[in-house]
Design a protein around this ligand. Structure first.
Ligand SMILES: Cc1cc2nc3c(=O)[nH]c(=O)nc-3n(C[C@H](O)[C@H](O)[C@H](O)COP(=O)(O)O)c2cc1C
Length: 224
């Protein structure tokens, strides 16, 4: 991008209200081919908002890899069950879940103390508690997948608010994508998200389970 373009690029502003965003966000299966690239200021806004997602102990167990090079997307395409959206979207974002966000525990728990959330005794207790809460590989994966999925949802809503289309994708060969993207052992690829511009060809949204089916009162078999 030229210097002039960078200076002229406006900071994206989201004006869509939350209900409208949630009502109208879709998993978009038909992207405009050769649609405009996502600009640097759009990426910045998207990830600044995504970073506000909640996480256990505020460990922020997420990282993202942006793949916006067409040749790279063509190389990923067969690893993603040949899904056309990988080719047509403007960029693919790999959402990584961090199985070992505790490498930052000293820094993060110090922030808890400095910001007045906990005292020194509690900080020390929490340092040890982290290993108790996430004791084994299974729990570490759950934490990585859960935390990064919340971030992924924030990302998709923010993108929708910026009139960008997204498709979350789980249909890919995990190990092959890990290898292709040079993802270290500490991480899982929770999902890919195709990002771009809708060609407005998607079918209407499918049915959702209704309130009385998904909501239970007091206990799982409880009724109101
Ligand atoms: C974690 C996750 C993985 C998904 N993987 C795929 C995928 O590989 N390919 C695809 O076409 N759609 C995929 N979808 C999209 C779903 O089919 C879609 O979200 C669902 O049908 C509801 O549609 P809506 O998001 O437009 O409301 C995925 C969605 C999620 C949340």
């Amino acid at each position: 991008m030229s210097e002039v373009a960078t200076i002229l690029e406006q900071e994206p502003v989201i004006t869509m209200n939350l209900e409208e965003a949630m009502q109208n966000r879709r998993s978009v299966h038909y992207f405009e081919t050769n649609g405009p690239a996502i600009t640097n200021s759009q990426w910045k806004k998207l990830f600044e908002l995504t970073a506000l997602s909640p996480s256990s102990f505020n460990f922020q167990p997420w990282d993202f890899i942006i793949v916006d090079d067409q040749k790279a997307k063509e190389e990923m395409h067969p690893l993603c069950w040949g899904q056309q959206q990988i080719l047509d979207c403007s960029a693919v974002v790999a959402v990584l879940g961090d199985k070992n966000p505790h490498r930052r525990d000293a820094e993060i728990l110090q922030q808890f103390k400095d910001n007045g959330y906990i005292d020194e005794t509690t900080r020390e207790a929490y340092m040890g508690a982290v290993d108790v809460v996430y004791p084994d590989e299974g729990r570490k994966i759950e934490h990585a997948a859960g935390g990064s999925s919340l971030a992924a949802m924030s990302f998709m809503l923010a993108a929708h608010g910026m009139n960008l289309a997204t498709l979350p994708i789980i249909g890919f060969d995990h190990d092959a994508i890990v290898k292709y993207l040079d993802v270290p052992d500490d991480y899982i690829v929770t999902m890919l998200i195709a990002v771009g511009h809708s060609a407005n060809k998607d079918l209407p949204r499918q049915q959702r389970r209704d309130f009385t089916d998904i909501v239970h009162w007091g206990k799982m078999n409880g009724k109101q």
